[in-house]
Design a protein around this ligand. Structure first.
Ligand SMILES: C[S@@+](CC[C@H](N)C(=O)[O-])C[C@H]1O[C@@H](n2cnc3c(N)ncnc32)[C@H](O)[C@@H]1O
Length: 321
């Protein structure tokens, strides 16, 4: 067990590091109108935390471990909040759990129902800093969203595992001919609707569907739906509610991606991303030939760490024949 003195010294180290990082990023991101960015990601081995900035709010997560004591996270939180002059009501502390055995990831932590709009360039997204482990916006994909927007004009866009619809809002803003967003969570689909409304993008050309991805793919194939551009950003693990079947992206990516390829028009493009830390892609199992990993261009500066890659991302072109 660590002593009080060790905790105090960790709190000072974390506060200093976060303050420096905030000073370094703040002006540059303000110029780009980015209100959400990362300030610390477990850079010091003993300080197992992640600190995110949400336009004046701080969200601090502790990666849970057996030996942590309940006073550790509040102590780190207070030190960081004081260093950045953030009042306590804008400090949000969470324990982060990961892995298939820890289904707690999607459990509700609180019931504030707070939704605060945050700018990301010329779009806004509602975030909820305290009710769930995730806030409603995955900022590590802001560059990928920009890529989608730049290539989507007059195209039919598919967003699988759409969550709160950030990719779809970018596509709509980029003048997609249509967008279709799929997520099995009612909370996510309602949130995505609110994000479309917030950005004045709601239009009959943009559809949100609450459905399991694999069920959607089967139906879409029967209906002969087709798309020019797609984003597939699944969770690492998921369990189908009805059949209790486990989905593991490291094992099941060929079934998922080959299923999506069948909906893609010749010459179409698909972005595939995963946060799985031990993901290995065997391209010979995929029915597409032009597959390029683009992770180096999709991870923004504030998410670059030596410890791990926050996500990995591939751009896949469908042949024209
Ligand atoms: C990592 S998030 C996706 C992030 C999203 N692409 C974004 O840009 O914000 C995972 C999402 O997958 C959804 N999900 C999990 N299993 C699913 C399934 N079998 N079918 C459809 N959606 C699923 C969850 O509800 C959650 O919204």
């Amino acid at each position: 067990m660590k002593t009080d003195e060790t905790y105090q010294s960790q709190a000072r180290m974390l506060a200093n590091k976060v303050k420096k990082r905030y000073r370094h990023l703040r002006k540059r991101y303000a110029k780009q109108n980015l209100e959400v960015f990362r300030l610390y990601d477990w850079d010091i081995p003993d300080i197992r935390a992640v600190v995110d900035w949400y336009g004046g709010h701080l969200v601090i997560g502790e990666y849970s471990r057996a030996q942590s004591t309940p006073d550790w996270l509040p102590l780190m939180g207070s030190a960081v909040a004081d260093a950045l002059n953030i009042p306590r009501e804008k400090l949000h502390l969470k324990i982060r759990k990961s892995g298939i055995k820890e289904g707690a990831r999607y459990k509700r932590l609180d019931h504030t129902n707070q939704k605060i709009p945050m700018w990301e360039r010329d779009l806004q997204f509602y975030i909820n800093p305290s009710d769930y482990v995730d806030t409603g916006l995955f900022s590590d994909h802001r560059n990928t969203r920009k890529m989608v927007r730049e290539m989507v004009k007059d195209k039919d866009f598919l967003n699988l595992y759409c969550y709160t619809g950030a990719f779809s809002c970018y596509a709509a803003k980029g003048c997609a001919r249509s967008t279709l967003s799929v997520d099995r969570s009612e909370t996510a689909i309602n949130w995505a609707k609110e994000n479309f409304d917030l950005n004045k993008l709601t239009d009959p050309r943009h559809t949100l569907i609450q459905e399991d991805t694999l069920d959607f793919l089967a139906k879409a194939k029967r209906k002969k739906l087709s798309f020019d551009l797609a984003v597939v950003d699944p969770p690492s693990y998921s369990t189908t509610q009805i059949t209790q079947k486990h989905f593991d992206i490291a094992r099941d990516y060929p079934t998922l991606l080959n299923g999506v390829f069948e909906l893609m028009r010749p010459g179409g493009t698909l972005f595939f991303s995963t946060n799985h830390q031990n993901f290995d892609m065997d391209t010979s199992r995929l029915k597409a030939t032009n597959i390029t990993e683009i992770t180096d261009t999709t991870i923004p500066e504030d998410y670059l760490t030596k410890r791990k890659k926050i996500h990995r991302c591939w751009k896949i072109h469908m042949g024209t024949a």
